[in-house]
Design a protein. Structure first.
Length: 421
């Protein structure tokens, strides 16, 4: 009898606790950030979480999101992909099943986002991924028919970055001279699509670039000296190291310090946009001088062009809130929150099919990341955004004792010409 009373009391307390939570859920829009909060990419995942939190706070401070004549506040829920495919599955399962989010967004690793995708699709939840693989929408199964998918890709794709890498090397780094190029890239959809975009652009424009080697490494690998020794023997004009931030730092340091790659003979870069955050400039050190990075946002540079007008105000807001500068992956998460909020208002509903339809019709001013033409929209075929990419060269700044970037390409926004060591 006593046990029964304790059970009844426990159930009653559970209902009291659950009731406010249920009411809160009914009165909020739940946005699920799927990103790396543990594992090798945890630092960048934290950057995404901070930036997304800032966007949620901004929107809520302005009254929230208009849905069906009511103002609803945003609620951010984070799912940890643990920098792994398995972690992505468990993280997104929690977001979908336990947290019952209205939209999923974010992410760093292409392989992790792709692992989560089937579960997101099964529940018809709108998805705004920020990793770079075009396979989020460019497969026979997922597109281009938008009725088959609810994915709206908010990141420069590997194909875009790869093509721009080829253009940058040909136009600015080598200035029309023939070049021997080698790649050391992550063995994942992320790395493979960069190489594919690069190779396709060479064929498309008949660029004077000869790819003499493509060496690969596994996600999370830390020792690249065997591959770099092979690369050094080829005496390349350009080495393109392609990995996450920590991987890129290790590759460049080992190339110069351990293997002895001569930077006067072999240009290093451009590296991935995902490396462009404060820790990259700090951790790489002087060994990274004269290397290049291709991105759609810069941690420190501020080109004098209207496409980049929001960079400085956003940085000031972020530093005021967290005491640290944001990185490009954080910015993509910040923008994604604003995109999701705008789409929900356009839909006028939390019905997932209506939000998907609204994302397909969305047209709004660009947020922080630069977009060609200044208007943000997802193209109807592949549901991608037409970003404006820039290349920066890193130079040592004796005043701050760190590397700092200067924009060297495209020419219309360049602050200086590329310098060979």
């Amino acid at each position: 009898m006593a046990n029964t009373r304790w059970f009844d009391l426990a159930m009653a307390l559970a209902m009291v606790v659950a009731a406010p939570a249920a009411l809160a859920q009914a009165g909020t829009v739940r946005l699920g950030l799927l990103t790396s909060m543990t594992g090798p990419a945890a630092g960048t995942g934290l950057d995404q979480q901070r930036a997304a939190t800032l966007a949620v706070e901004e929107i809520n401070a302005a009254g929230g999101v208009s849905v069906g004549g009511k103002k609803l506040k945003l609620e951010l829920v984070t799912g940890d992909d643990q920098t792994s495919r398995e972690g992505a599955v468990s993280g997104v399962t929690r977001l979908l099943v336990e947290d019952k989010v209205d939209v999923v967004f974010g992410g760093l690793g292409s392989a992790f986002g792709m692992a989560a995708l089937p579960l997101i699709r099964d529940r018809g939840v709108p998805y705004i991924p920020t990793p770079s693989t075009p396979l989020f929408t460019r497969t026979m199964e997922l597109g281009p028919d938008p009725t088959k998918s609810m994915v709206f890709h908010y990141q420069g794709t590997g194909l875009m970055y790869g093509a721009a890498t080829a253009d940058f090397i040909a136009q600015a780094l080598r200035r029309g001279e023939r070049a021997k190029v080698v790649w050391l890239y992550q063995d994942s959809p992320f790395g493979a699509e960069y190489v594919r975009g690069y190779s396709d652009r060479i064929k498309e424009r008949n660029l004077p670039l000869d790819t003499v080697a493509t060496e690969r490494f596994k996600v999370g690998e830390t020792d690249y000296r065997a591959q770099l020794t092979k690369i050094k023997a080829l005496a390349p004009d350009v080495l393109v190291p392609m990995g996450f931030r920590g991987e890129t730092v290790a590759m460049i340091q080992q190339a110069v310090l351990d293997v002895g790659l001569d930077r006067k003979k072999t240009a290093i870069g451009p590296v991935c946009a995902c490396a462009d955050d404060p820790l990259y400039y700090k951790d790489l050190g002087r060994v990274g001088e004269y290397t290049t990075i291709l991105s759609l946002y810069s941690t420190y540079a501020a080109p004098k062009n209207r496409l980049f007008a929001r960079w400085e105000p956003f940085r000031e807001l972020f530093v005021k809130r967290y005491g640290i500068l944001p990185g490009v992956m954080g910015v993509s998460a910040y923008d994604s929150v604003h995109i999701a909020a705008k789409a929900i208002e356009l839909a006028g509903s939390l019905d997932k099919a209506k939000i998907v339809d609204a994302l397909g019709r969305l047209e709004m001013d660009q947020q922080v990341l630069p977009v060609n033409g200044g208007k943000l929209r997802f193209d109807p075929k592949f549901r991608e955004v037409d970003f404006y990419l820039i290349a920066q060269q890193l130079l040592w700044d004796d005043k701050v004792k760190e590397l700092r970037p200067v924009v060297v390409w495209p020419h219309e926004v360049a602050e200086a010409k590329y310098r060979q060591p």
